[in-house]
Ligand binder design. Structure first.
Ligand code: FES
Ligand SMILES: [Fe+2]
Length: 439
């Protein structure tokens, strides 16, 4: 699809304004302003690479079905063990290949009349009709094939109608780094839309919604530091970074006009000193991103990335996150399964320098941080996202500015294709597309 040049009227967003949103004005003029929610793709952007499943879930004898981005995939293994994906619809009469069997390595047989397909989607034989079948191997009897690549135990597929783009543009750089260890989780599903899920990390909810996250309760003397307020959004070519400028924060906020203090009590000070050293000592620093394309922030086709890289400042003094510690570099990638059902992938990557460190990280991930980050913390997000009314009128705050930019970016790509030009009137980093690793 040809890239369209779309108007992008700049909105200079200050912390203290309310953003008025007009109803969508999207039809003739392609005026990408106002409330764009109605123009977002409900099942995600097409023509991108997406994570499908952990490779270890695909066995040798039975295929596996995965639904995502409005498509159904049937995954099985080639003779050499690589995972491959066909469309999960038999070209004969639409039965689900994933309900069939892999009688022979590198094939899947449809459960209905036994059409047998290989990894290239070719119909090799029709078991129900026998060797005399006059459709076996005939043109037009092939199943759809999805381009697939397995990286660090995660199967990625190209979901779209165009020829696949270089996978390095859509899959984070650490998947191509031999020294990085990635912990991936494909089990978490939220009953919400993918866009609601991705917008969750673009605003100022963290220190309020997550105030009773276990680690905050135990190890943060007050609540977590405020985020997003006043953050300036910079365009990276495939998304946005939004560095949170550090702001001194009192133990309690005085809302003088309202006559209230928040937090109401500072009781956590009494025990935070006991638990903070534990979390600080278990902090696993995040490997530094190697490019702006894959730095922190939000990236297409829809992921959030964050990490606390350093444990020491330039003078060598230890830097302790206010709650004590975190685990590696964090990526949360919501992938649409249905209109209001989303698989929320979590990747946490580390770069251990020794076998001992590798073993220690493994233990910390499985004993503590997987639960703490992906369940205890994130399910606080989930509980709100699942019941959100995404059609109700919004009155956005200045701290929601990234949401406005993000929606405009998604609608631009949805309408104009992945190479559609997006012009950002704010800050832009030096945009460099990742180079393909393939020879
Ligand atoms: S529907 Fe698949 S073999 Fe008939
Ligand atoms: Fe959150």
């Amino acid at each position: 699809m040809a890239a369209e040049s779309l108007p992008d009227p700049s909105t200079d967003l200050d912390d203290d304004i309310l953003l008025d949103q007009e109803p969508p004005a999207l039809t003739e003029k392609q005026d990408f302003t106002g409330d764009l929610r109605g123009a977002l793709p409900k099942l995600g952007l097409r023509n991108y690479w997406y994570p499908v499943i952990l490779e270890r879930r695909v066995g040798k004898t039975r295929p596996v079905r995965v639904s995502m981005i409005g498509e159904d995939l049937c995954l099985f293994r080639k003779e050499n063990g690589e995972v491959v994906a066909l469309g999960d619809v038999c070209p004969h009469r639409g039965a689900r290949l994933s309900e069939g069997d892999c009688h022979w390595a590198g094939t899947v047989a449809c459960p209905y009349h036994g059409w047998v397909f290989n990894a290239e989607g070719k119909n090799l034989a029709v078991l129900g009709e026998g060797p005399d079948s006059n459709v076996a191997g005939k043109a037009g009897t092939s199943a759809r094939v999805y381009p697939v690549q397995t990286l660090k135990g995660v199967v990625f597929a190209w979901i779209g109608d165009e020829a696949p783009a270089p996978i390095e543009e859509d899959v984070p750089e650490e998947f191509f780094d031999p020294d990085t260890v990635i912990y991936a989780n494909d089990l978490i599903h939220w009953k919400t839309n993918w866009e609601v899920a991705i917008e969750n990390s673009m605003d100022a909810h963290v220190n309020y919604l997550h105030r009773d996250h276990l680690q905050t309760m135990l190890a943060s003397p007050t609540f977590m530091p405020r985020g997003a307020a006043g953050a300036r959004v910079a365009f990276t070519g495939n998304g946005f970074t939004s560095a949170v400028p550090p702001k001194p924060q009192p133990e309690q906020d005085e809302h003088t006009d309202a006559g209230i203090q928040w937090p109401k009590r500072t009781i956590r000070k009494r025990w935070a000193w006991i638990f903070r050293p534990f979390f600080a000592s278990t902090h696993v620093p995040a490997p530094m991103p190697q490019s702006d394309w894959w730095g922190t922030g939000h990236r297409l086709p829809g992921m959030f990335r964050a990490g606390i890289a350093q444990t020491r400042d330039p003078e060598g003094r230890p830097i302790r996150p206010r709650t004590g510690g975190l685990f590696g570099f964090y990526t949360r990638w919501p992938v649409a399964v249905g209109d209001w059902f989303t698989r929320v992938w979590y990747f946490q990557n580390t770069k251990p320098k020794s076998t001992f460190e590798r073993a220690k990280n493994w233990l910390l991930y499985w004993m503590l941080y997987r639960w703490l980050v992906q369940y205890n913390f994130s399910q606080q997000d989930m509980s709100v996202m699942e019941n959100i009314d995404f059609e109700a009128p919004e009155r956005l705050s200045g701290t929601d500015s990234e949401i406005v930019f993000w929606r405009r970016l998604v609608v631009t790509k949805h309408r104009g294709g992945r190479n559609a030009e997006y012009t950002h009137h704010g800050k832009t980093v030096d945009i460099k597309r990742p180079e393909s690793q393939r020879a």
